[in-house]
Design a protein. Structure first.
Length: 100
């Protein structure tokens, strides 16, 4: 059973049918030139601004860096072991407050 709310279903067996417009093109009437023209038309393209390209380059450079600066970690560990590392508690507290 077909339900055609707008009365435009061409396969409907009862009631009025709407005729195709006079300017409608039948699929068989499409020429090879039309198909070639449609295929040869330019495709959409995307280009990044120079700022976006620079950001992409910087992101790639950052990803190549190690996550931990091991030389800095080794230096601080050595200072702690020697008893030379005395963190400034007021400065540390201020930095913690600035993070939140």
């Amino acid at each position: 059973m077909n339900i055609d709310v707008n009365n435009i279903n061409p396969s409907r067996s009862d009631g009025p049918k709407k005729a195709a417009p006079n300017n409608a093109i039948e699929p068989a009437a499409v020429s090879q030139n039309t198909i070639n023209t449609q295929v040869a038309s330019p495709k959409d393209s995307v280009s990044l601004s120079s700022s976006a390209q620079n950001l992409t380059k910087i992101e790639l450079e950052l990803k190549s860096l190690p996550e931990v600066n091991q030389s800095r970690v080794d230096e601080v560990k050595a200072r702690i072991d020697r008893g030379e590392y005395q963190p400034d508690s007021a400065n540390l507290a201020q930095k913690m407050l600035e993070l939140g």
